[in-house]
Design a protein around this ligand. Structure first.
Ligand code: SF4
Length: 473
């Protein structure tokens, strides 16, 4: 018999669950963000720093499928990577272990890249199984590919064998640049323009996936930059920025990985030089000082949207009212996860605003400025609002990272300016890989420079690739 006490207890449990569900920032995330903030070097704990406030930082897998079937120049994978067979069972097991560690250390719903060699060397079922494990560990997975895939693979990834929808949304980062070798239809592209058609085809596959199966997508375009293709960035962006990509990420080449794939004497490209080429292609100033991710010597980013042909920033770093809006968002909406059912996102938002109602006029002022920047309501209605973010990520050379990391391992800071800078950047890193055996999180630069080689050699012994399966070493 159900008495009043039982009913009251059930109601209390339900209310507690509701309270938890609609909490703007889950408790474990609040703890993860606070720990991240405390772990940052003092120099990057600035008002614009988003790590520890909005995000715990980016995450990625390592050693889960090292092999790749293209040959990029340069390639951050060592020569051992292609001696390892791609093995679904290994990928599933490792993804599970690494995601558990990340969930434990950083709390829920952080962005993580399913990365290694080429993800589509996994069959679609194995690829889907890895993504499902990442979602189960409350991560937001993004698959990193060279982009040479076809509709059938994508459909089998997005749908179950019985035709029902497996994922509502897929996130992909696709690497396209003229330094890559082996793409079908563009084995040795002469320049970036030779790949524009392939970029468009990649985006179109996802448009079809949405049209035919209701699976939406978030697509990021990744490009390695060297002196050989630097001056082609403006044309690339003029031709492709409106294709449907949500992010363009540019990575100046660093001396990491396989020395046999370093085909040219790269000079160091400064952030300002690359950023100026991106701005030339977008046709707008890209403000990047309002929000920082990690160390400014590693990362720049500018969020905004195309309204018609014009790109406008979400935050103008020269407008103090926008900077106040940023501060208010960090304080009020902090780690709020928007990528949930709209009703749930709205409930979380209402609770956050109820706690800090001063945010409401700040948000209204920002929205009014955005409409003005767009050219008014008419321009928005005519031109639409297509969000696109531009990112610059400068990996560091292995010859700097190895000694800098070795000293950090001994708890020492270097007196040499270059090594000291490397150490500071490693300590403020925004992009980590999990190491479940040791419980450590390792910056991607250290992962590639120090840990990938031994890990891949060990895996090559355990899971050797067939002799005919290797791309060049
Ligand atoms: S991976 Fe390297 S370049 Fe990227 S944020 Fe970390 S330390 Fe900086």
């Amino acid at each position: 018999m159900i008495g009043p006490m039982t009913t009251a207890r059930a109601a209390a449990r339900w209310l507690a669950r509701l309270e938890d569900l609609t909490r703007p920032e889950p408790r474990e995330l609040a703890r993860g963000l606070a720990e991240r903030w405390a772990s940052l070097p003092a120099g990057v704990r600035t008002t614009q720093q988003s790590i520890g406030r909005r995000t715990a930082g980016c995450e990625a897998t390592q050693g889960v499928f090292p092999r790749c079937n293209m040959a990029c120049t340069p390639c951050y994978l060592g020569p051992e990577a292609n001696r390892v067979r791609t093995d679904g069972a290994h990928t599933r097991g490792e993804v599970e272990r690494q995601m558990a560690q990340l969930r434990d250390r950083r709390g829920p719903w952080q962005n993580v890249q399913l990365i290694g060699g080429e993800v589509t060397l996994l069959g679609p079922e194995e690829h889907a199984a890895a993504l499902e494990r990442m979602v189960a560990a409350q991560r937001k997975p993004m698959s990193m590919t060279h982009g040479d895939i076809d509709d059938d693979y994508l459909t089998r990834l997005a749908l179950r064998p019985d035709g029902t929808r497996r994922f509502k949304r897929l996130m992909f980062a696709a690497h396209f640049d003229s330094l890559m070798r082996g793409r079908r239809g563009a084995e040795r592209p002469a320049d970036e323009a030779a790949l524009h058609r392939h970029r468009a085809q990649f985006v179109a596959r996802f448009a079809r996936l949405r049209r035919d199966h209701g699976v939406s997508s978030y697509l990021a375009h990744n490009m390695t930059v060297t002196p050989a293709n630097l001056e082609q960035i403006p044309d690339l962006l003029r031709s492709c920025a409106r294709q449907g990509w949500r992010m363009f990420s540019f990575q100046p080449a660093a001396f990491q990985g396989n020395p046999r794939r370093w085909k040219e004497p790269y000079r160091e490209l400064s952030a300002d030089v690359v950023w100026s080429r991106i701005e030339a292609g977008v046709g707008a100033r890209l403000p990047y000082r309002s929000v920082q991710v990690g160390d400014p010597r590693c990362n720049r980013s500018s969020q905004g949207a195309f309204v018609g042909d014009r790109w406008i920033p979400l935050l103008d770093d020269r407008d103090p009212r926008d900077l106040r809006a940023r501060d208010a968002v960090f304080l009020t909406l902090g780690g709020l996860n928007w990528e949930v059912r709209p009703a749930l996102a709205a409930a979380r938002c209402v609770r956050a605003l109820a706690r800090r109602p001063a945010m409401i006029p700040v948000a209204a002022g920002w929205a009014a400025r955005m409409v003005r920047r767009a050219g008014g309501p008419g321009a928005l209605a005519r031109g639409g609002f297509r969000p696109v973010t531009f990112v610059l990520h400068r990996f560091m050379d292995a010859e700097d990272v190895r000694p800098a990391w070795a000293l950090l391992e001994r708890g020492q800071l270097s007196d040499q300016p270059r090594l000291r800078e490397t150490q500071e950047r490693l300590l403020g890193c925004s992009y980590h890989m999990a190491h479940p055996d040791t419980g450590r999180l390792v910056p991607a630069c250290a992962q590639h420079a120090v840990y990938d080689g031994p890990a891949h050699r060990r895996l090559a012994g355990l899971m050797p690739a067939r002799a005919d399966a290797s791309a060049d070493g």
